[in-house]
Design a protein around this ligand. Structure first.
Ligand code: SF4
Ligand code: SF4
Length: 365
């Protein structure tokens, strides 16, 4: 008998369709799991078409085609077309290292509405070093030009950490020059490969404060011209982020092999059997699966979250971070200063004052 949910949650707002874990790059902060799925395990085009149809019926409004590098999948244009035909707003999250003007034009013709392109740095040598691929930066700038030529709205994702953070002002300038309407200056979040590389990526307080001042100044200067989103590393905060806007509240991810999860890192949580879209409908997964109901709402919370006035603001923070740091997904996120495990975060910040170790690059085992 499936668990009963009372009252039932709202339908998901967005589907993250992780088409593949394959990618030409090897970023040491990649949010893909450390155990990457191989091509032989990937869902077929037919499977994805069914997932998109079920998502639209469920009430999903947006689909984010992601990976890995989604342009590895030759079915991408057909899937964008299918999403468009179902009335879904489709966004491409890409490294911009595969394909060019012809491929982007085909995606635009199929109904793609937006492109989100990631950069590793504004200094080509360092960008290529972080990406683990020579020439990646050059390919990305050409890709940005090609997107701009189609007229598709472009957001640049600048992934920042201690090895590029001082160049935030140049990153904003570059986004402006490349014709982006929005730039997201997003600090690495410490899961998966980024957790493996935490000591090499975690910025110092001074670096963070300098970057925050640079963002505030640029927001004033470029008001009405460029929107600047800024995501800070929660290790330096006093309260956690509202991870995925709460477990199973707005987002549904489907991995390349078809596992449905409420966030990128959730597959690592022990004791939860995440359902597969190969054997369950998205509706059953969203409303009735044990895994999606496990940390929904506030009933699962222990103290200090249970009686905290922020419990329906940050939902107790991130379950995966609680597991990674404190060894128990049911505990308060240790980045919260009220958590009894907060000392683990302070120890990690102290470690970041040392010289950073070399990167462990993302790779298939
Ligand atoms: S973070 Fe880097 S390695 Fe991971 S999917 Fe994106 S571009 Fe590829
Ligand atoms: S105690 Fe829990 S609900 Fe309160 S701020 Fe910390 S993580 Fe959020």
């Amino acid at each position: 008998m499936p668990p009963r949910v009372d009252p039932p949650p709202d339908p998901p707002l967005a589907l993250l369709a992780e088409l593949t874990h394959r990618c030409p790059l090897a970023c040491p902060y990649c949010s893909n799991p450390v155990n990457l799925e191989r091509a032989s395990a990937e869902l077929s085009e037919e499977d994805w078409r069914r997932v998109l149809t079920e998502a639209a019926a469920l009430g999903v409004l947006q689909v984010h085609f992601s990976g890995g590098e989604p342009m590895v999948r030759r079915e991408l244009v057909a899937l964008v077309g299918a999403a468009s035909g179902l009335g879904l707003y489709s966004n491409l999250i890409t490294s911009g290292t595969l394909g060019g003007a012809r491929e982007i034009a085909a995606l635009a013709d199929a109904g793609l509405k937006h492109v989100q392109l990631s950069f590793q740095d504004v200094v080509a040598d360092n960008a290529d070093r972080i990406a683990g691929l020579a020439g990646a930066y050059e390919r990305k700038t050409r890709f940005a030009d090609a997107v701009r030529a189609t007229g598709l709205p472009l957001t640049l994702n600048m992934v920042v950490h201690r090895q590029n953070l001082e160049r935030v002002p140049d990153m904003i300038e570059m986004a402006h020059t490349l014709g982006a309407r929005r730039v997201e200056i997003a600090h690495v979040q410490y899961y998966a490969w980024a957790f493996t590389n935490r000591a090499a990526l975690l910025p110092t307080r001074q670096q963070l404060d300098d970057a925050t001042r640079a963002v505030e100044a640029a927001r004033q200067r470029l008001k009405g011209v460029l929107t600047i989103d800024y995501v800070v590393p929660d290790y330096h905060g006093r309260r956690p982020k509202s991870c995925m806007s709460g477990w199973g509240r707005q987002f549904l991810n489907v991995t390349p092999a078809g596992t449905a999860v409420p966030c990128h890192a959730a597959e690592t949580l022990p004791g939860l059997a995440f359902p597969s879209v190969r054997t369950s409908s998205l509706s059953d997964i969203w409303y009735r699966s044990e895994a999606f109901n496990r940390f929904r709402g506030t009933d699962w919370m222990a103290e200090p979250c249970r009686s905290c006035e922020r419990r329906e603001i940050d939902w107790g923070g991130c379950r995966c971070q609680a597991l990674l740091l404190a060894g128990d997904a049911g505990r308060t996120d240790p980045v919260c200063a009220l958590s009894p495990d907060h000392g683990l975060v302070e120890a990690a910040l102290q470690e970041a004052e040392q010289a950073p170790p070399a990167f462990v690059y993302r790779r298939f085992s």
